[in-house]
Design a protein around this ligand. Sequence first.
Ligand SMILES: Cc1cc2nc3c(=O)[nH]c(=O)nc-3n(C[C@H](O)[C@H](O)[C@H](O)COP(=O)(O)OP(=O)(O)OC[C@H]3O[C@@H](n4cnc5c(N)ncnc54)[C@H](O)[C@@H]3O)c2cc1C
Length: 371
Amino acid sequence: MVYDLIVVGSGSVGAAAGFYASRAGLKVLMIDGAHPPHQQGRHHGETRLIRHAYGEGARYVPLVLRAQKLWDELEQLSGERIMQRSGVINLAPANSEFIHNVISSAQEFNLDVQVLSADEVRQRWPQFTVPENYVGVFEPQSGYLKSEIAVKSWVRLAKEAGCAQLFNCAVQSIETDGDLEVVNTLDGRYQGRKLLLSAGTWVKALYADLPVTPVRKVFSWHQADGRYSENNKFPAFTVEMADGTHYYGFPSDNNALKVGRHDGGQLIDQPEQRKAFGAFAEDGSEVFNFMRHFLPGVGVCLHGAACTYDNSPDEDFIIDTLPGHPGRLVITGLSGHGFKFASVLGEIAAQFAAGEKSDFDLTPFALSRFQ
Ligand SMILES: Cc1cc2nc3c(=O)[nH]c(=O)nc-3n(C[C@H](O)[C@H](O)[C@H](O)COP(=O)(O)OP(=O)(O)OC[C@H]3O[C@@H](n4cnc5c(N)ncnc54)[C@H](O)[C@@H]3O)c2cc1C
């Protein structure tokens, strides 16, 4: 049996790819070392932000707008609540590059955003303490995604569309046999015409030459009452502190508000080094300074979790075929901001498997930029 597409790593991007390629009528095999959704990858912890006006650069906006359409469709297809349109407020010093990008990408793509002064932010959400020199950009159409439910839905829908699934079985190596891609696992050897390498942080175990650095990250849930809830119109948020550090968070759910720091973390090179939340002294304290200044009413840490980023050198994505292997697409280097794009990245992989050209300009994400 030769598959049209073998997906190596069926977490966020791989689960989406498995579904879109199966729905397109291709013969697909999804493989994963665990059983997605699970806690060892990067899609756990319940939620991920989706922002449309993009501080990381306007080149991401066409992708995220398509991703949003696919998230809405996934909700319809799965019957699950996946997207919470809580709105996202981005807060940063007026001279921040990130906030400039948010505003200019919104202008370029005519996105629905509201640019607010510090005073306007404080009036609307008195829960926030905002310094005078800050700007707020509110995106009412953005919000957050239920990441584990999304992955679970794609896995189920892919199976229903006829996709073969091999879970709890890690890929040990990848090779080529003539025109075919060959995947070796403890369960056996599988052949495909095309291969998607979407193994997340540990992709270098399968292709060592990728410029990807695993970083241990944590997020934590803090006591916060109904004033911080979505019912009370409290939004998801990103905040750049005056010292350049970046934080993000979500409206409280059951009196627990999830928050995390985007920069920082510990560089690691083995999965065992992703120690549980609390293993490092700063796990419990790294968000305190931020909360004391911006959300002083939020209370103690209730619990936390560890996760990993797969950072590329410029923190932009890597979406490319591997050198000398036109049948192998790699999607990695998502650098801690990739979940919101998982739907469109899965669709791009499905188009690749079908031999179709992507509708998007993927040149900013080519591996050649690191040469
Ligand atoms: C703390 C934290 C906060 C984040 N916040 C946001 C956010 O707010 N918004 C946002 O858009 N993004 C966010 N992200 C980033 C986002 O979650 C990731 O970019 C995205 O989930 C990565 O998807 P992936 O498919 O590459 O990885 P994963 O979902 O981890 O999937 C990779 C899969 O590959 C499997 N695998 C690995 N090796 C093998 C092997 N040898 N054989 C078989 N299978 C293998 C793994 O088991 C896993 O299931 C955050 C990430 C973290 C860690």
